[in-house]
Design a protein around this ligand. Structure first.
Ligand code: FAD
Length: 429
């Protein structure tokens, strides 16, 4: 009976456990999770705070009991692994509730430890009204603070996915929200035109933007930013990036890659053949330019979890990399992207160009259509599609998913003309 041990029990770890069980009915599978919950929907946390998701329990996709009863996986929550002994093929852990020290042996180990939000080392970040959003526990703290203190003003620092989703959530809870972003635009990887569409929606909903400004300190009377102004803030949400959790792997001497994530091959094997890794902690290959990169998103984490789970029980599945396909909703606006933007494409050495079209999301005579801006990045000589970005109110996700599929299939511009896509006036133009 093969012993499969998994560290980290949310997206990649839980998926790896389920996949390993499906493929191997005999394996002894154990999941160790430092937090109190496994398999929860961290992507749903902002929507619970904003009130779109009503029941907290809907965010818990599988409990430790479900894992045990349905998959025969032994789950240890509140169990933090402190060291990996590669020679003995064992890990040391501590139960955070009773302090008990534990040792677990493995034949194959899967690391799925994810990452942690970065806390900038600035005065005031440890104040009681300053939060980050990463776990259910973080969500509960934010929710309780709002209920108990009825904050009227909020400052969100960081204009990436989570920051933006939290701007909307806090505004929906009745707060006057200000957003501070160091870059000259929100969502720095989006083309300015696409980001500008989202920014306009933020302004329309009464959010104040402080672009090109850095956080300097969080003081009693508000948030001090680099232009010297102090923004009133009954509460502050920091969302300035994620760092992969690598200490265990580093201490165990596993190789770290050039993009700053844990190095894995296309079977998601680390530099130790008995240890696999998946999710936000690893670096992978960008499908379009072949470069090593970190793409901390749920889709890649789950897909990698399946592959690591399969290979840990003797499979030979290969990971093909990711193209960073993502989408974000902000009030009524949506923006999405896949592959490379024009600058990234040129930096990667492609002789690239781009075309932008602004078209109705579906036939304009049918009610409810609105404009979608779509930018397509391609290699000039071959016409190969390298990336796409879109912004609008409806139909953005569809266009991005079609183009992500086109990139995965290696299609060129001329192939797009030939695509046979569904058409009826309410859906398409
Ligand atoms: P995680 O889900 O972070 O899980 C890692 C787990 O490992 C943690 O629970 C941690 O406690 C545990 N762990 C770490 N070290 C140890 C240890 N030593 N011992 C035991 N356990 C340990 N992605 C999208 O694609 N779309 C979205 O809309 C989206 N929205 C998001 C919204 C929020 C608020 C957040 C936080 C993330 C969002 N993401 C989104 C990102 C996505 O959730 C992550 O990419 C994904 O969860 C990564 O999965 P993972 O398994 O690698 O890591």
């Amino acid at each position: 009976m093969k012993r499969i041990l998994i560290i980290g029990g949310v997206a990649a770890g839980a998926t790896a456990a389920a996949r390993a069980r499906r493929l191997d009915g005999e394996a002894d599978i154990t999941l160790l999770e430092a937090g109190d919950d496994v398999s929860f929907a961290n992507c749903g946390l902002p929507y619970f705070i904003g009130g779109d998701v009503k029941n907290r329990s809907d965010l818990i996709l599988a409990s430790p009991e479900t894992f045990h009863d349905q998959y025969r996986v032994n789950v240890h929550t509140a169990t933090e692994v402190s060291a990996i002994d590669r020679a003995a093929k064992s890990v040391s852990a501590v139960n955070k509730k009773n302090g008990k020290k534990l040792t677990f042996k493995y034949d194959a180990l899967i690391l799925a430890q994810g990452g942690k939000p970065i806390v900038p080392p600035l005065p005031g970040v440890d104040r009681k009204n300053v939060f980050q959003l990463w776990t259910l526990d973080d969500m509960d703290k934010i929710n309780s603070f709002i209920k108990e203190n009825s904050p009227r003003t909020a400052v969100v620092v960081g204009g990436g996915f989570i920051g933006l989703e939290m701007v909307e959530a806090l505004a929906k809870r009745g707060m006057q929200v200000q957003l501070v972003e160091m870059a000259p635009q929100i969502m720095p990887l989006l083309e300015a035109e696409m980001a500008g569409f989202l920014e306009k929606d933020l302004l329309d909903y009464g959010v104040t933007l402080h672009l090109g400004k850095g956080l300097q300190a969080i003081e009693k009377n508000g948030v001090k930013i680099s232009d010297g102004s102090i923004l009133p803030a009954d509460m502050v949400l920091l969302s300035v990036g994620v760092r992969p959790t690598l200490k265990l792997a580093q201490d165990a001497g596993l190789a770290i890659g050039t993009a700053g994530g844990l190095l894995v091959d296309d079977r998601l094997q680390t530099s130790d053949e008995n240890i696999y890794a998946a999710g936000d902690m690893v670096e992978i290959e960008n499908r379009v330019n072949g470069r090593k990169t970190r793409i901390p998103l749920a889709g890649p984490a789950n897909r990698q979890g399946r592959i690591a789970g399969e290979n840990a029980v003797g499979g030979n599945k290969r990971y093909k990399g990711a193209s960073g396909t993502s989408v974000v909703k902000l009030f009524g606006a949506v923006a999405g992207s896949t592959g490379l933007n024009l600058k990234q494409a040129r930096d990667a050495g492609f002789d690239a160009d781009a075309v932008v079209v602004h078209k109705a999301s579906h036939t304009s005579y049918y009610p409810g259509s609105s404009k979608v801006s779509l930018m397509l990045v391609f290699e000039k000589e071959s016409g190969k599609i390298l990336g796409a970005q879109a912004a609008g109110r409806v139909g953005v996700d569809k266009r991005i998913d079609v183009l992500a599929t086109a990139i995965a299939g290696g299609l060129a511009l001329s192939d797009l003309e030939e695509l046979d896509l569904a058409y009826a006036p309410p859906f398409n133009s």
